[in-house]
Ligand binder design. Structure first.
Ligand code: HEC
Ligand code: HEC
Length: 373
């Protein structure tokens, strides 16, 4: 394995071409190969080891260790409860982790409420069919604000605590690499695992139909379902939370939904004749505010803050209102933006933004002080 190893072939060609625009083709090819060989170096075993943390369904990759429900409860209270609730039942930041499973489910390995109505959520313990997934996810991604900060034993402990909340293991249990396969046999949805062969079977039939077409070809797929109006903007404007380039853009959920349901498949001639009316985009930020808007997007602030609406953190305009008129507002805010903090707007912490340049933090703070338009 090489670090920064294979530049994408096209990119490699691009590099060579830029350097040797007028050279003969054979030359360019040789230079291309040489340029690729000069890129990167072989990764050291320690680097590979640091990346190679996945835990598989059969627990291959699981590190040795153990943690009790008791110890995990302390980790939970300190590092998880602020977002997931004291008993894993909160849905204020994310779908609840615990709830909706029963003794019967533990016996059958199928979760009743996944196929019957009567429980309002699909919690993590209802859905997960392999314990390795939970272990791996917590180990690599949680706590949300400080991923990979837990020790191996803490991951075992906090997972034991979650399993105890779901009555899957008793309160005096210690989860370890030795007994995790036994606990897997009690996971409520262990038999609910489905494998959609068509998605993975490359030599079989794929799961898409793409008929060959040379004339009057269908050009537009139909919208089969859409977000209900009342939840359109519930988590802030999706367009502001998704990168504004690349093939997948977020729809602007601050606008009224498109009322017209686009037909199933329409030939090009028909589409050209009756193009659906797309609502005009609202005017963007003014020239004075645009640099700050670019900074809050580029630094992913908008994944947690809307300009006009709360997401995980407060709306930027609410921050502006709160500190309007305060004499040291720019200094206070640029410092808070870089250091993060907790408790001013609620229990959810804001992670430190150490990557953010001081000048950029200051520019954002000045924009906030001017009203966050
Ligand atoms: C600052 C808020 C926050 C904290 C603290 C936090 N989480 Fe999370 N957690 C989230 C969010 C948000 C998600 C969903 C993330 C996503 O889908 O990308 C999540 C997802 C999860 C999931 C996956 C649930 C599922 O159904 O996919 C697990 C398990 C989990 N967290 C466990 C923990 C544990 C254990 C801790 C403490 C060590 C913790 N979390 C701390 C916010 C938090
Ligand atoms: C992971 C989510 C998250 C990200 C990313 C994030 N914030 Fe925050 N931010 C929060 C939360 C939560 C709070 C509320 C903290 C509190 O209650 O003290 C907050 C608070 C703030 C405050 C108010 C501080 C105060 O003392 O009143 C400002 C200003 C702020 N954030 C700016 C930013 C900027 C600028 C960025 C990007 C560089 C950013 N945030 C990125 C979650 C986030």
């Amino acid at each position: 394995m090489k670090l920064l190893h294979r530049l994408d072939r096209n990119l490699g060609c691009g590099v060579a071409l830029a350097a040797l625009l007028s050279a003969p083709a054979a030359w360019a090819q040789r230079a291309d190969a040489a340029a690729l060989n000069a890129v990167g170096r072989t990764a050291t075993p320690a680097e590979v080891h640091a990346w190679n943390i996945d835990v598989r369904g059969d627990f291959k990759g699981l590190p040795k260790g153990s943690g009790s429900v008791d110890m995990g409860g302390k980790v939970w209270d300190g590092k998880c409860a602020s977002c997931h609730g004291a008993f894993g039942e909160s849905n204020s930041v994310f779908t609840p982790l615990v709830g909706g499973t029963s003794k019967k489910d533990i016996e059958t390995g199928h979760v009743y409420f996944l196929s019957h109505s009567g429980y309002p959520h699909r919690t993590a313990l209802m859905k997960v069919s392999r314990l390795s997934t939970l272990w791996d996810y917590i180990n690599r991604a949680m706590p949300w604000t400080a991923p990979k900060s837990l020790t191996t034993d803490e991951v075992y402990g906090v997972l034991a605590y979650i399993l105890n909340l779901g009555d899957i293991v008793p309160a005096d249990f210690t989860l370890s690499d030795k007994n995790i396969a036994e606990v897997q046999k009690r996971l409520p949805n262990r038999n609910g695992h489905v494998f959609y062969k068509a998605m993975w079977e490359v030599r079989g039939k794929g799961d898409v139909k793409n008929p060959l077409c040379m004339k009057d070809c269908p050009v537009q797929g139909g919208i089969e379902s859409a977000l209900p109006d009342d939840s359109r903007n519930a988590n802030g404007n999706i367009a502001e939370q998704v990168r504004p380039f690349g093939p997948a853009r977020g729809t602007d959920t601050s606008l009224a939904p498109r009322t017209q349901k686009v037909g199933v498949v329409v030939p090009a001639t028909v589409v050209a004749a009756a193009a659906p009316a797309v609502p005009a985009l609202p005017a963007g930020p003014s020239a004075a505010d645009a640099p700050a808007h670019a900074l809050i997007q580029a630094n992913a602030c908008t994944s947690c803050h809307g300009v006009t609406n709360r997401i995980v953190g407060p709306a930027f305009q609410d921050v502006a209102t709160k500190y309007a008129g305060r004499a040291d507002v720019v200094a206070y805010l640029s410092d808070k933006i870089r250091s993060g903090g907790q408790g001013v707007w609620g229990a959810i912490p804001m992670p430190a933004q150490a990557q953010l340049k001081e000048a950029d933090a200051r520019a954002i703070a000045q924009w906030l002080a001017a009203g966050a338009k």
